[in-house]
Design a protein around this ligand. Structure first.
Ligand code: GTP
Length: 237
């Protein structure tokens, strides 16, 4: 009698990649909910207004081990220098608005221009001088409170040439995965992980300015673990 062995996909540990993603958008659009949903699969209804936080999460995508470092920004930015630092830190960006909040939609264009302005570089590989950005219209489950149509989102996406997803973080874990996987795929396409790329140099310069303090915590959630730092206390590895 022969037993067939289950097929196992090999996971490449040696080539583990680290992606630095930044979640931007106005207050209360669901940035923390989106990030935590992606990492823990759970929708947690209420959070304190975000203190900026870096969440670490490891996932296997297409057989590749991928380390995510996700900076969940505070909705209320204190000044433009601070937001600039965070944008410089990131490899890819999710710019989130709520379909129930017109102001948050209007803010998307400003943030996208800021990202492109800060990251525009002729040295960027993959034939693109723009970092990956995904526009996310969150809270689509709140149909009766909707102030931004899906068409508005699609038109903005066409104008800015960034992918767009309308999602409900509350109702769908899968929709949150699509957001982060899109950023991963686009960074892969751009060949953005080569050693010594312009990005890493820019980041190390930036990090010199940030005070070196340890502030690590670990949150266990649904059998998974994630660690997080305050952006201010971030220490490059
Ligand atoms: N109905 C619904 N509520 C959501 C959804 N996503 C987030 N929320 C709620 O929206 C509120 C704000 O969510 P947060 O994740 O704290 O928003 P944030 O953008 O991180 O807010 P700041 O920390 O102030 O920047 C919370 O009450 C969430 O439960 C969603 O998809 N549907």
């Amino acid at each position: 009698m022969s037993f067939s062995r289950p097929l196992r996909r090999s996971v490449s540990l040696s080539q583990a990649r680290t992606l630095r993603l930044v979640v931007l958008g106005q207050g209360a659009v669901g940035k923390t909910a989106l990030t935590v949903r992606f990492i823990t699969k759970r929708f947690i209804g209420d959070y304190d207004p975000t203190l900026e936080m870096i969440y670490r999460h490891t996932a296997v995508i297409d057989g590749e081990m991928v380390h995510f470092e996700i900076l969940d920004t505070a909705g209320q930015e204190e000044d433009s220098l601070q937001i600039e630092e965070k944008i410089k830190w990131g490899d890819g960006f999710a710019v989130v608005y709520s379909v129930t909040d017109r102001c948050s939609f209007d803010e998307v264009m400003r943030l996208c221009f800021l990202i492109n302005h800060i990251h525009a570089s002729p040295k960027r590989s993959g034939g693109s001088d723009q970092p990956p950005v995904v526009i996310v219209g969150n809270k689509k489950d709140l149909q009766f409170d909707r102030m931004v149509s899906c068409e508005d989102g699609e038109n903005l996406s066409k104008a800015l040439k960034h992918p767009f997803y309308e999602i409900s973080t509350r109702d769908s874990y899968e929709e949150t995965v699509v957001v982060f996987n899109t950023l991963y795929n686009e960074l892969m396409r751009q060949g953005h992980f080569s050693p010594g790329s312009f990005k890493r140099k820019a980041v190390s310069k930036l990090m010199e300015k940030i005070p070196k303090m340890h502030a690590n915590s670990t949150l266990n959630s649904g059998g998974r673990s994630l660690s997080f730092n305050s952006f201010r206390d971030y220490i490059p590895e």
